[in-house]
Design a protein around this ligand. Structure first.
Ligand SMILES: C[S@@+](CC[C@H](N)C(=O)[O-])C[C@H]1O[C@@H](n2cnc3c(N)ncnc32)[C@H](O)[C@@H]1O
Length: 204
């Protein structure tokens, strides 16, 4: 049987290997995840919208990929969405959706180019975890939110198997850096029977 990108994704580690994976996957990513019923972007966008009053305030869709997460945010009512991603080929596809205010390539080896308070909310939908960005990205994103800024993110089943990811999130709540507004476990890629947890945090 031919190995799909989804089969390969969860074993990938490191910046170069992750960029190579998504560069090769860019053309078929949407078809493959859509065939499997990719549900996490809608779940994240709806969870964040429940804690949002100003839908015009800027939101950063970190790890925006081809823009499926931006599309879900847009459908949930968010109107000012900037996208950022590690992989130019994914960004090129996001640009075709014409729903982002701006799109930029991120360089994990350089200082994070986002000033504190620039965004009312940040999303990292399907971005942090095995086969994608390391857990330090969680602290980096939380770190640029001002108090009351919101952070929506997801961890899939593979990521939840490694307690380091959830531990870091719950530590941020326990040490008073963030408040957990909501958490729910549900469909991620039902076609391969994978679920994810969606969290909404508020910076304190
Ligand atoms: C599974 S895709 C999710 C894309 C999009 N958010 C969605 O829901 O369809 C993961 C994305 O994270 C990006 N990514 C992985 N590691 C990253 C990092 N360290 N910084 C920024 N983006 C990263 C990849 O290039 C890829 O586009």
């Amino acid at each position: 049987m031919t190995e799909t990108f989804l089969d390969k994704a969860y074993d990938t580690t490191g910046i170069e290997a992750t960029r190579d994976l998504y560069t090769s996957w860019a053309a078929s990513y949407e078809a493959e995840v859509s065939q499997n019923g990719y549900a996490t972007p809608r779940r994240c966008a709806e969870a964040l919208s429940a804690f949002t009053t100003d839908f015009a305030a800027p939101i950063l869709d970190f790890g925006c990929g081809t823009g499926l997460s931006g599309l879900a945010l847009s459908l949930a009512g968010f109107r000012t969405i900037d996208g950022m991603d590690l992989t130019q080929d994914m960004l090129d596809r996001a640009a075709q959706k014409q729903l982002y205010r701006s799109l930029s390539l991120s360089d994990p080896t350089a200082p994070f180019p986002v000033r504190s308070g620039a965004y009312a909310a940040i999303s990292a939908i399907g971005v942090i975890g095995s086969g994608a960005a390391p857990i330090d990205v969680f602290d980096m994103l939380l770190g640029v939110l001002d108090p009351s800024g919101k952070f929506v993110l997801s961890f899939n089943d593979h990521t939840l198997e490694d307690p380091a990811f959830e531990t870091r999130l719950y530590d941020s709540v326990a040490n008073g850096t963030a408040r957990l507004l909501g958490e729910s476990y549900g469909d991620h890629l039902p076609g391969i029977n994978m679920k994810s947890k969606v969290y909404v945090l508020e910076k304190t």
